[in-house]
Ligand binder design. Structure first.
Ligand SMILES: Cc1ncc(COP(=O)(O)O)c(C=O)c1O
Ligand SMILES: *[C@@H]1O[C@H](CO)[C@@H](O)[C@H](O)[C@H]1NC(C)=O
Ligand SMILES: *[C@@H]1O[C@H](CO)[C@@H](O)[C@H](O)[C@H]1NC(C)=O
Ligand SMILES: *[C@@H]1O[C@H](CO)[C@@H](O)[C@H](O)[C@H]1NC(C)=O
Length: 414
């Protein structure tokens, strides 16, 4: 018999996710000098993924630990993971933790933490099921921020001023003006450190101005912390903004990802930290979070959370991890110095100081879409259309080629 028309024949083909499409194109490219500066993942100087030595060590401990099994975890996650992660974000001495008004939800990566947080806000923030609350995301931002809040049902997602392309830095006036003008109780998604894609963060003085307006105007703070440790190499320094806002008495959410700073990209380790006014309010919030998780993934996976919590809960392993994070951050800093120096030595037109002023995994080069296309097609150097490059894709072996390619792109393509 002739098969009936599929019930799915009307499903439109969705466009590919840009950053993964870029990686697929890179894999298919057979050019010997090809370079991938797209996806946000750490690479060694041999251009290889890096399993952190501390992670290898803890994985071995887990295998040999006869007390561990594969029973379901609690819905909100591994208890020792949940408690350890807030300490990393908020600091050992956090008054909010001592007051028992900080709780966490183990999530599937930073993305899962954002999604669960967004779902909770739609259900319970600023009225029940209020999809009209404006959600502000930086211009530009990690492209998934828009989709995550849209999929949670929010109808009014707006950009706030962030990047000043002319001065290649923060548009502080634009940002403060947007804060002043936003409707009260709007939600602002703030990158805790190492802003993706611009590599540009507010200074502590600038954060204080942001905080003052947000408090006065009753705006909700949702921190996205995906790169703690990558900005400065120092975990505490990179958590400065979060800790400052908590000390200012905000009720806030922090979506924490351990993908980058533990190199556990495929284990999906994240944490949604909730800072509430008091323990009683916290427990009602967490009871609703539990309901959301129950219908989303029901119970989180354990392997990545065990690796992270064993590391964070042992002083020796914790110190070793900090060293590993520093190793990654320092290699990025070295590549920044070298790329800038090479561009300047070649006399590549334009100013390149922003390469070393920017921090974290990415640099926003200022290359325009046509120059990016030239880089990919003619030079086999893959980067995002926005001009963002992953600094970790640079190595002492390919940096000359990349610098020469940027020079050619800038001088040959307008
Ligand atoms: C700004 C930002 N937030 C969140 C994430 C999500 O990280 P995860 O892989 O843990 O979901 C990323 C990952 O690229 C990111 O860049
Ligand atoms: C997750 O968040 C909670 C609340 O902030 C915190 O107590 C816990 O330590 C965090 N877990 C990890 C592994 O960061
Ligand atoms: C919120 O919306 C969901 C989905 O439409 C609905 O099931 C739920 O009952 C609503 N909640 C309240 C409290 O109205
Ligand atoms: C916390 O929740 C309770 C209601 O259960 C409320 O009475 C109390 O005022 C709340 N705390 C704050 C600081 O709002």
């Amino acid at each position: 018999p002739v098969p009936a028309m599929s019930v799915f024949s009307e499903v439109p083909q969705a466009p590919p996710v840009a950053v993964f499409k870029l990686s697929a194109d890179f894999r298919e490219d057979s050019h010997p000098q090809k370079v991938n500066l797209g996806v946000g993942a750490y690479r060694t100087d041999d251009c290889q993924p890096w399993v952190l030595p501390v992670v290898k060590k803890v994985e071995r401990l887990i295998v040999e630990d006869g007390s561990l099994n594969h029973e379901y975890l609690p819905i909100l996650g591994l208890p020792e993971f949940r408690s350890a992660s807030s300490k990393v974000a908020l600091g050992d001495d956090s008054a909010a933790i001592k007051d028992n008004r900080v709780g966490g939800v183990q999530a599937l990566g930073g993305t899962g933490a954002l999604r669960i947080g967004a779902e909770f806000l739609r259900r319970w923030y600023n009225g029940v099921n209020n999809t009209a609350t404006p959600i502000y995301v930086s211009a530009p931002t990690w492209e998934n921020h828009n989709s995550v809040f849209a999929d949670a049902g929010f109808k009014d997602i707006r950009p706030y001023h962030y990047w000043d392309a002319a001065k290649r830095g923060l548009d502080l006036d634009g940002l403060l003006d947007d804060l002043e003008k936003a409707p009260e109780r709007s939600v602002f998604v703030l990158h805790a450190c190492a802003h993706n894609p611009t590599g540009t963060d507010p200074t502590p003085e600038e954060w204080k101005k942001i905080s003052e307006i947000m408090k006065r105007r009753s705006l909700f703070v949702f921190f996205d912390s995906a790169y703690q440790g990558f900005a400065s190499g120092d975990l505490d320094k990179d958590a400065w903004a979060i800790r400052y806002f908590v000390s200012e008495g905000f009720e806030l959410f922090v979506a924490q990802s351990f993908s980058k700073n533990f190199g556990l990209y495929n284990e999906r380790v994240g944490n949604l930290t909730v800072v509430a006014q008091d323990g009683e309010n916290l427990s009602r919030i967490l009871s609703q979070m539990e309901k959301i998780v129950r219908t989303t993934w029901s119970n989180p996976p354990s392997q990545g959370a065990r690796i992270v919590s064993k590391t964070l809960n042992s002083p020796e392993l914790f110190a070793e991890w900090k060293g590993n994070v520093k190793t990654m951050a320092e290699r990025v800093l070295l590549m920044r110095d070298q790329l800038k120096a090479k561009l300047q030595a070649q006399g590549t037109p334009g100013t390149w100081d922003h390469i070393t002023q920017q921090i974290g995994m990415f640099s926003f080069t200022g290359l325009n879409p046509k120059q990016v296309e030239y880089m990919i097609k003619e030079k086999h150097v893959y980067l995002m259309a926005s001009g963002r490059i992953n600094m970790c894709g640079l190595t002492t072996k390919n940096i000359d080629y990349v610098a020469q390619s940027i020079h050619d792109a800038v001088t040959k393509v307008q």
